[in-house]
Design a protein around this ligand. Sequence first.
Ligand SMILES: Cc1ncc(COP(=O)(O)O)c(C=O)c1O
Length: 417
Amino acid sequence: MTQFHQNSAAAGLLERDREWLLPVYARFPIVMERGEGVYLFDTSGNRYLDMMGGLGVNALGHAHPRMVRATAEQTAKLVHLSPQYCTPFAGELAERLCALSGMQGVFYSTGGAEAVEGAIKVARAFAAEAYGPHKHRIVSLLGSYHGRTMGSLAVTGQTKYRDGFGPDLPGVDFAVRDDIASLQAAVSDETCCILIETVLGEGGVYEVSHEFLAEARRLADRHHALLVLDEIQCGLGRTGDWFAFSRTGVRPDVLILGKPLGGGLPLSALLVSGELFHALGLGKHGSTLGGSPLACRLGLEFLSVVEEEGLLARVCDTGSYLREHLEALARELDIAVEARGVGLIQALELNVPGRQIAESALEQGLMLNFVQGNVMRFLPSFLLERQHVDTAMEIVRPLLRKVNAETAAAELVLASR
Ligand SMILES: Cc1ncc(COP(=O)(O)O)c(C=O)c1O
């Protein structure tokens, strides 16, 4: 295992975490102290290029001056109050999100999973009211990821996350991504919604085909079901459009956003079409911390920065540059299976485990992220530039070449036995 050089203070902090924090994350043995743009710095002063962006949250990198200013100003005025009161920001942010997405109403919560729960409630409440309680089934995709609460787990199409927590929420059917026949078989008149992660992120970075999405829309209409798009990871600019569905021609009835929305503060949003505005009536839903004045103020600042700094264009440019590099690696290396992705949600699938590669990269000042154990997933800040991609590749390329050579050598030994 890679040995990280820690100072004694860092070692103490790591030890304390091990003692007090439940061991649900495979953590790296360093302590991060601060961030600046696309870089992070540990407590020993070492600098790291951040290619995982806080799992897609840090779209504006770290300590963006406008976010810092907005945080300081708003913190001095009002951080939180009961959602029963109006503040200047929740409504303005909702109006802007709706203008961007074509939706017509917003409910705020704190994390992604909570927003997924809200979407399930909207779909079930709307269908039960309009057609009766039999219409409660949810169609989701195998390989999808929607969160860790009981409802969001139940619609997550990966048994490894659900195992051990049963019984699951009943009424969920799974279809195979991009397999239209399987979607047709899964949807019935009992379906209240079809839930699709427009780009499956945690599942390995697979963009759902436009044809499949169009068929989901058609089936939803035919069966009076809602089309719900989970764009918690791929929405809000990550694909180079405001939303991953933007370029597909398909419009959802419900859209779920999260991750970068609050500029690093917990904020997620459930957006609905006009028809669904009253699906959750008075007292039917809530979130104490959802849509705080501080988080919504940062949400507004986040949208403004993306617009005013022209970041969608940069996401497209840097994303395609990164993709070219990943495709070259996929062509060159036997351990690389495929490069895929869109904008700045990119991946290089390997046929070897990634943990050791991520640790070696970290030792050299590069933060990488693997999903499914072997898919190198990139979710960097929208501020990333071509020069940063070059820097990352100067570390990734030799690392992968080394693993490639070692794997080939090991296979040779095996073959000669
Ligand atoms: C597509 C998608 N949906 C839902 C979630 C759950 O979000 P959270 O971890 O904020 O609850 C995630 C998190 O990675 C996600 O990528």
